[in-house]
Design a protein around this ligand. Structure first.
Ligand code: FVH
Length: 288
């Protein structure tokens, strides 16, 4: 095997792959990089990285191969051109649990070890406090390379099943996009009267913080399936109040399409006789 214990190869030098390679360089590790568009290797070469002429050459350079491409299809496309035997492939490309499990199986068949990961950071956060990455796959493989992973941010190992990192990643992103939906709708409503979103922002931030207990309270109910305890603001009341959101939006010339799915679920759950429960009981309608 070529390379040494502390070297790493990074396939994919988009915004995130470049940040990952940069963090490894900052930590003093020898790094070999490859990108489909070769010009993106230049800034990293300027910092000491070695640019490989092909993905195969890059994979040959290090036992540890970090993959950060656009999506599962691009990962498959690149990996099928290289020899993976004896390598450890760590896929930090965003994907689904099923994609991770299928890729794990294929990579293992090629004679390589595999971990999947989910990056919970934007590129400038890599190597900074607050960044963290989920990993799943064989624990001994995670332990072997943990020091390299820690250069990216916190390393959060979530289990042997390779699909679990993507599951955790997508669950957090679901929460994030749910919050983004609310923020976008709030600002569209405020702007419909020409008011300043910037001036309104502290009110919104404070309100979301005040409501953040919901995260923990809903978790307890989601686990137990009991939505009847400590009911303060019941679902029926909230379904009725929610009605005003699309009506007001229409009056203000604002679309309510971001709100419509939750509105429909609240109405269905209330019609099914669960109006006296907590709003969390909508989860029952999300289960298939
Ligand atoms: N950037 C972010 O905020 C998020 C944070 C959380 C994790 N995501 C995921 O990270 C993956 C990479 O994201 P990125 O930000 O680096 O994305 P781009 O800057 O668009 O770079 C894409 C790279 O993928 C290469 N690529 C695309 N298709 C192919 C292909 N068919 N064959 C080979 N390489 C391909 C592309 O190459 P090039 O266009 O420069 O030649 C870039 O290297 C991603 O899964 C995020 O969801 C980022």
């Amino acid at each position: 095997m070529s390379g040494n214990a502390t070297s790493a190869t990074v396939l994919g030098l988009g915004a995130m792959g470049s940040a990952l390679a940069g963090a490894l360089l900052t930590a003093g590790r020898p790094v070999t990089v490859w990108n489909r568009s070769a010009d993106k290797t230049k800034p990293l070469v300027g910092r000491g990285a070695t640019a490989a002429g092909s993905a195969a050459e890059a994979v040959a350079a290090s036992e540890l191969v970090i993959v950060c491409l656009l999506d599962d299809a691009s990962v498959r496309e690149v990996l099928k051109t290289v020899s993976l035997a004896g390598r450890t492939v760590v896929n930090l490309t965003n994907g689904t649990p099923r994609q991770a499990r299928e890729l794990a199986e294929w990579v293992t068949e090629q004679g390589a070890k595999f971990l999947d990961g989910g990056i919970m950071a934007i590129p400038p956060m890599i190597g900074q406090p607050g960044a963290f990455v989920f990993y799943s796959g064989p624990k001994d493989v995670f332990d072997t390379h943990r020091a390299a992973f820690d250069t990216f941010g916190g390393s959060n190992y979530v289990g042997e099943d390779p699909g679990l990192a993507a599951l955790h990643d997508l669950a957090l992103l679901s929460g994030m996009y749910g919050q983004f939906i609310g923020v976008l709708q709030a600002y569209a409503l405020i702007r419909s009267e020409g008011l300043s979103a910037v001036e309104f922002a502290p009110l919104l931030g404070g309100w979301l913080t005040a409501m953040s207990n919901f995260v923990q309270e809903a978790a307890v109910e989601a686990d137990s399936g009991d939505y009847t305890r400590n009911v303060v603001s019941n679902l029926g009341m909230q379904a009725a109040a929610f009605e005003n959101l699309p009506i007001a939006a229409a009056d203000q010339g604002v679309s309510s399409e971001l709100l419509a799915p939750l509105h429909q679920l609240l109405l269905r759950r209330a019609a099914d006789g669960h109006g006296a429960e907590n709003l969390t009981s909508v989860i029952e309608l999300l289960k298939k």
